[in-house]
Design a protein around this ligand. Structure first.
Ligand SMILES: [Zn+2]
Length: 73
């Protein structure tokens, strides 16, 4: 399993298992919180955790319908 580890102070540290339900990011178009399917990201063999943006379902729809990626540039 993968987990995230965060040192709270000198004597406390937390580790949290990464599952397919507790990884989130913000949609780069509208900023809404999106659940990230980490298995899908790792599975495509090309993505990295810093360069990958997950669009929310609404924005994905817009993009697929011919919307622009460049709206915010
Ligand atoms: Zn969005």
């Amino acid at each position: 399993m993968f987990y995230v580890k965060e040192r709270l102070n000198d004597s406390m540290e937390i580790s949290i298992e990464i599952t397919d339900e507790n990884v989130f990011c913000h949609c780069p178009m509208c900023g809404v919180e999106v659940v990230v399917d980490i298995a899908e990201i790792l599975g495509d063999g090309e993505s990295d955790l810093f360069g990958t943006a997950i669009y929310c379902s609404e924005c994905s729809k817009k993009i697929r319908a011919g919307g622009s990626y460049d709206e915010h540039k």
